[in-house]
Write a protein that binds this ligand. Structure first.
Ligand code: 5RP
Length: 236
């Protein structure tokens, strides 16, 4: 199948394919969101069809839930599953310590809850997401709609004392309207360029009233499977 794909899709496909090999019969899985995670869900469906693999899946977005049902995954809520064996998800950036920026697809809140409730988090990524220092990708911060402009101002004020290069932020849009997450919230994207201390920034952001969660995943990811455009795969 990967013969007909562009190099970037080949990279995503081969990473997803390798990750799905980690899935064992009877596992409870967290199912990530995004184009790489969509490959993983489809490949999981293929194993369900061809091998009779039995798995339970907790999706991290309404998009992933729809796809998972379509390919035959037994979809349950996190409260039904309670705890998961493995979460497989994509990322927007990962650093040498396997800390991540996530939320480019707007699903960071459910993604972080699900990954945290898993024995293992496995990230699947093409090589372009590998960075020395997080921050070139805009950091998503989920805020409740009430008073979002005030929350945005408080976030910007907090950034002025943080070890970051940029301090601007923008409300994520969907056409001419504010983007709305599955939880009914908005997203403020922070244009930081370089995050000197991601752990500290994450703690500071989450203390601001109105902020629900941010897209920094610190000490959550266990393994990154990296796909290359020529079909090679490596793990970190
Ligand atoms: C969604 C995410 C995605 O995992 C991230 O944006 C990567 O997406 P893609 O695999 O399409 O590049 O965090 O909220």
């Amino acid at each position: 199948m990967s013969d007909t794909l562009s190099p970037i899709d080949t990279a995503k496909f081969v990473a997803a394919k390798r990750a799905v090999e980690f899935v064992e019969d009877g596992m409870k899985l967290g199912l990530g969101t995004g184009s790489t995670a969509a490959w993983m869900v489809k490949l999981l469906g293929e194993r369900i069809r061809t091998e009779g693999l039995r798995v339970t899946g907790v999706p991290t977005s309404s998009r992933t839930a729809a796809l998972a049902r379509q390919v035959g995954v037994n979809v349950v809520s996190l409260d039904e599953a309670k705890w998961l064996d493995l979460t497989i998800d994509g990322a927007d950036e990962f650093d040498p310590d396997l800390n991540l920026i996530k939320g480019g697809g707007g699903a960071l809140l459910q993604e972080k809850i699900v990954a945290t409730a898993s024995d293992q988090m496995l990230v699947i990524s093409d090589i372009s997401k590998q960075v020395e220092t997080l921050g070139a990708f805009p950091l998503p911060v989920e805020v409740i709609p009430f008073g979002w402009q005030t929350s945005k101002a408080l976030v910007e004020e907090a950034l002025s004392s943080m070890d970051v290069l940029g301090e601007t932020s923008t409300l994520r849009m969907n056409g001419d309207r504010a983007f709305v997450t599955d939880e009914g919230n908005h997203i403020i994207d922070l244009h930081l360029q370089r995050i000197g201390n991601a752990r500290q920034l994450s703690l500071v952001l989450n203390q601001i009233p109105g902020v629900v969660e941010n897209g920094l995943f610190i000490d959550i990811c266990d393994i990154v499977i990296i796909g290359h455009g020529d079909g090679r795969v490596e793990a970190r």
